[in-house]
Design a protein around this ligand. Structure first.
Ligand code: PLP
Length: 432
């Protein structure tokens, strides 16, 4: 660590071991646009391939620019190790594939990004991996769906469109009793939620969103807390405890702590098995771009959340609005979770139902002048989209409603422009 600070503003700039480039003294992280690395000797090469020591081999598996991003996001989340991949989608696939084989299952929240639902319902299903959906309204639903072949729980901290904050501690506690790790997609909540403090075992992000922040680069990351007790039920995690014949029978649960001194078999297996075999590597250039975004993520999250609060208060009083959906506006326990788990802001994402349904929603989108109409969230700019006809259009009518997408729902990702300008644009589009 170049910093022992616990403040996210400082960690975003100084977290991890990077201080400067030792050969040039460059402070900015260089883009190591290389595929390969010259070995010191035949013995050195053999040691690297045999995992007797760690070092650079080939950019499909590791890269020095990407390594800075990995260490810094791990520090921001309070984890021990991280692995970057080519996209958030690849991160979602990897976290499941790292523990599940054909015949295994996992329990996922019903509140998920549409692309994740497609991955789980179709591609992973075709591989023989079964997803079981639990409504997080009652955390016990996760326990009810767990059997001896359940390898993990999967959820999003602040899923859209429902914007119901996930009961992190509640489900993590159930997982600890049953020895099932909770994996959380924290894409919508960097800085404002640190899921490891509430018992999550693994966190992943689409780096494409708030961490990158400028809509330039696709990327994903998986962070290992180092806190999950994989040894408590060895039969539950065959990928951690059965010999891996592709590494001469290595048992990751034993080999990784011996090699690294850390309880990070999940992160190491994702890198040396999944990145090696599936090859979804991030490009060093994208890592560089995302590092530039990461450096200001704490500042931006503060501004995103402050602006969202002002936009929400404006919309709540607007006569063209049927309903505002926002993390803290939910009644009872679900609204209380937003206050419990989100700190320093309640998120940039918001849903609105405009009076007049589908047609009114489409007209609103077509009349926006400042807000962009794009399939993205977490950009510095304010964004809007109509999920029923775009991001969620591949879901069935039943799955749409289960995901909380009504025909007139418009999703807003509030940016960091001046709040008055965002409000003025929304107001003129509503009046139009
Ligand atoms: N997770 C969430 C919550 C998302 O919103 C997205 C994309 O919208 C993804 C994962 C997938 O990320 P990517 O687009 O980087 O593949």
């Amino acid at each position: 660590m170049t910093t022992s600070s616990k403040h996210p503003e400082t960690i975003a700039l100084h977290g991890g071991s990077w201080r400067r480039d030792e050969s040039s003294t460059s402070v900015a992280v260089p883009i190591h646009q290389t595929t390969s690395y010259q070995f010191n000797s035949a013995e050195h090469a053999a040691n690297l391939f045999g995992l007797k020591e760690f070092g650079n081999i080939y950019t499909r598996i590791m890269n020095p620019t990407t390594n800075v991003l990995e260490e810094r996001v791990a520090a921001l989340e309070g984890g021990l190790a991280a692995v970057c991949v080519s996209s958030g989608q690849a991160a979602s696939a990897f976290v499941v594939q790292n523990l599940c084989n054909s015949g295994d299952n996992f329990v996922a929240s019903t509140d998920l990004y549409g692309g994740t639902v497609n991955l789980f319902n179709n591609t992973l299903k075709a591989m023989g991996i079964e997803v079981r959906y639990a409504d997080p309204k009652d955390p016990e639903n996760f326990a009810k769906l767990t059997d001896s072949k359940t390898r993990l729980y999967y959820a999003e901290t602040l899923p859209n469109p429902s914007l119901r904050v996930f009961p992190i501690q509640e489900v993590a506690d159930i997982g600890k009793k049953l020895n099932v790790p909770l994996i959380l997609d924290n894409t919508a909540c960097p800085v404002i939620c640190r899921p490891f403090e509430h018992g999550a075992a693994i966190v992943m992000h689409s780096l494409t969103k708030f961490i990158g922040g400028h809509g330039t680069s696709i990327g994903g990351i998986i962070v290992d807390s180092g806190n999950f007790d994989w040894s408590a039920d060895k039969a539950r995690q065959p990928n951690i405890w059965q010999p891996d014949m592709s590494y001469h029978g290595a048992v990751w649960g034993d080999a990784v702590p011996q090699l690294t001194g850390a309880n990070i078999p999940f992160a190491i297996r994702a890198r040396v098995v999944l990145l090696r075999d599936l090859g979804s590597a991030i490009s060093p250039f994208n890592s560089f771009q995302i590092i530039q975004g990461l450096e200001t993520v704490a500042l931006r999250m503060k501004q995103h959340c402050e602006n969202a609060e002002k936009v929400k208060n404006f919309l709540l009083k607007h006569n063209k609005i049927e309903k505002v959906i926002y993390s803290t506006l939910h009644d009872g326990e679900i609204g209380a979770r937003a206050k419990r788990y989100l700190k320093g802001g309640s998120g940039a994402l918001m849903g609105i139902e405009i009076k007049g349904g589908l047609e009114a929603g489409k007209k609103f989108i077509d009349n926006l002048k400042l807000l962009y109409h794009v399939a993205n969230i977490g950009d510095a700019r304010s964004l809007a989209i109509h999920p029923a006809s775009t991001t969620h259009s591949q879901l069935s009518a039943k799955d749409l409603l289960a995901a909380g997408v009504t025909p007139g729902y418009v999703r807003l990702s509030i940016g960091i422009e001046h709040a008055d300008d965002i409000i003025a644009d929304i107001d003129q589009a509503l009046k139009a």
